[in-house]
Design a binder for this molecule. Sequence first.
Ligand code: TYD
Length: 143
Amino acid sequence: MSTPLERCHLVDLPKISDPRGNLTFIEGGRHIPFDIQRVYYLYDVPGGSERGGHAHKGLHQLIVAMSGSFDVILDDGTAKRRFHLNRSYYGLYVCPMIWRELDNFSSGSVCMVLASNRYDEDDYYRDYDQFLAAALPAPRSQP
Ligand code: TYD
C-alpha cells in the first residue's frame, strides 16, 4: 500500500500551444482525482516569505505556479519531499493528511490551489504535533 507522500505527484496538464499564447485547462475528476469545489490563490507574496504550515484531514488539492516559482515541501509524518513549481502547465496533487509548507517564492509569483471542498477550519491541523499524533499510528504498549 502506498504512503500518503507517495500518493502526491506532479500532474502534467493539457497544453494547447499557440503562437497567440498557450492555453491550459483542468477538468475535475479527469485531470485531477477530485471535483473542484474551491479555487484560491496566493499573490503579492514578498520574495523569500513562507506560507502554509498546516495539514488537511480530508482535503484534496492541486497546487499550480500560475506565474513565477516557489517550492512546496510535503511531509506525511514519516518522510518529506520538496517540489519546485515553476510552470503553469503542471501542478502538484496533494492528498489528505500531508503537512504542507511553501517557501522560496520568486517575486511576482502566483500560487493557485484547486481544492476538493469549501473552506472549513475544522479540516485543518495547524499544530504539527497534533498532525503527527493523527498521522502516525500510536506505538503498541509493551506487554
Ligand atoms: P491559511 O489556509 O491559514 O493560509 P496560510 O497557512 O498560508 O497562512 O489561510 C489564511 C487565512 O485565510 C485564514 O484566516 C483562513 C482564510 N481562508 C479563507 O477564509 N478561505 C480559504 O479558502 C482559505 C484558503 C483561507
